[in-house]
Design a protein around this ligand. Structure first.
Ligand code: XMP
Length: 222
């Protein structure tokens, strides 16, 4: 499934329940290209919230579950993501080449992204010797894309060099975690993932309009 890219913004929908989450989506959906889910909201409301959101708001949904288990379990999670309407999911690179290959097969036409390096200060502690390898693997194994830390644009730049022009890069760490709006896209990312900076703002619509003006995103399909 091709993604329409207009604003370059992926909304990280990390609200405590469906009611508050949908209230935020209603306010900002016109300004976001995708909606990203993480575990807490899905554990609270059930995985059907993925499909419900995609259908109700007409946006692709991204299951950022950072899958990191043995293949039999990874692939069950991946198949559930597909079954419930996710357009993309995220897996860790450290699960190993066999697990990545099997995950890619299980994903079928759902996009699978490999996480390269977490955005928290310690995110580099253990990923440091490996993040370039994870980006290389994404390219070599034909993954849809990678995550790269948007609060470290120099890493995003290097990841783009490694993965080449075809793979997508999604970057978190923007706003609440210190990354500047637009910096990851300027460094080669396709999308910036933004959560708290939007949904904790007094006026989420005004905030996202302001962010949009800062991000210089080229439009197209991915
Ligand atoms: P905030 O509120 O910080 O939300 O804008 C960020 C969202 O992205 C997730 N996150 C990450 N995802 N690699 C990822 O793939 C990371 O390094 C990373 N850091 C944050 C976070 O869980 C939240 O959903």
């Amino acid at each position: 499934m091709l993604w329409k890219k207009e604003t370059g913004i992926i909304l990280a929908l990390d609200l405590p329940d469906q009611k508050s989450a949908f209230s935020i989506v209603e306010q900002v959906v016109d300004h976001v290209d995708l909606i990203k889910f993480n575990y807490p909201l899905v554990l609270k409301e059930g995985i059907q919230i993925l499909k419900l959101t995609a259908e109700r708001f007409n946006r692709p949904v991204f299951a950022d579950f950072k899958i990191a288990d043995v293949p039999v379990t990874n692939n069950r999670i991946i198949r559930l993501c597909r079954e419930y309407g996710a357009s993309a999911a995220m897996i860790h690179g450290f699960v190993g080449v066999d697990a990545l290959l099997r995950a890619k097969r299980a994903a079928g036409d759902m996009k699978l992204f490999i996480a390269t390096q977490l955005t928290n200060p310690g995110g580099a502690d253990f990923f440091e010797p490996h993040w370039e390898k994870f980006a290389e693997l994404a390219r070599e194994l034909g993954f849809a894309g990678v995550q790269a830390p948007g609060n470290r644009p120099e890493i995003v730049r290097r990841v783009r060099q490694i993965v080449g022009p075809e793979l997508s890069i999604v970057s978190c760490g923007i706003g609440a975690q210190g990354g500047d709006y637009g910096a990851a896209i300027a460094a080669g990312a396709n999308f910036e993932i933004i959560g708290r900076a939007i949904y904790q703002a007094d006026d989420p619509t005004a905030k996202i309009r302001q962010i949009k003006q800062t991000i210089n995103s080229s439009s197209g399909t991915i």
